[in-house]
Design a protein. Sequence first.
Length: 198
Amino acid sequence: MQITATASSVVSLAPAAEGETMPLIPHIPELIFGFIMFAILLFVVAKYVVPNMEKAYEERHAAIEGGIAQAENAQAEAEAAKKQYEAQLAEARSEAAKIREDARAEGAAIVAEMRTQAQDEANRITESAHKQIEAERQQAAVSLRNDVGRLSTDLAGRIVGHELQDQGNRQQLIDRFLGELESGQVQPEKVSRAGSDS
């Protein structure tokens, strides 16, 4: 309602002011001064403000582009480092597998060598035992031969009735008796019977 009243008062004033100038239209000097000030302001903005804004925009754009480039470079370096790490890891796994296989082969070689050494040692011990047994058998045979010789000499002395004092005769008699004993011509029963008869 108030708007309608204001509009009607403006319309009623318009015919009264026909002889006067319109207050809304500026004077020509004010209009020229406004255009000059606008041109100066436009010049100042174009000369100083816009270049600074463009410079700030370019710096910001360069910083963003540099950041993107740095991020891309960092990502490329990370990919390269990852590939290098994976290659080193694969190489390390391959080396570890090779070391395991070498250790297995070396262990098998050591086991085979130890078995060979143990077999050689067992053979040496067996051979040494056989030699020792043979030496002891020969020693026992010599001892037995001496005992049998002495007994046979004593027995022969009893049979003949005198002791065989002569070493040559004694040795000859022992050798002949042992030879007959070994060839089987003299039986142990005959000797023991002959000893019991006397």
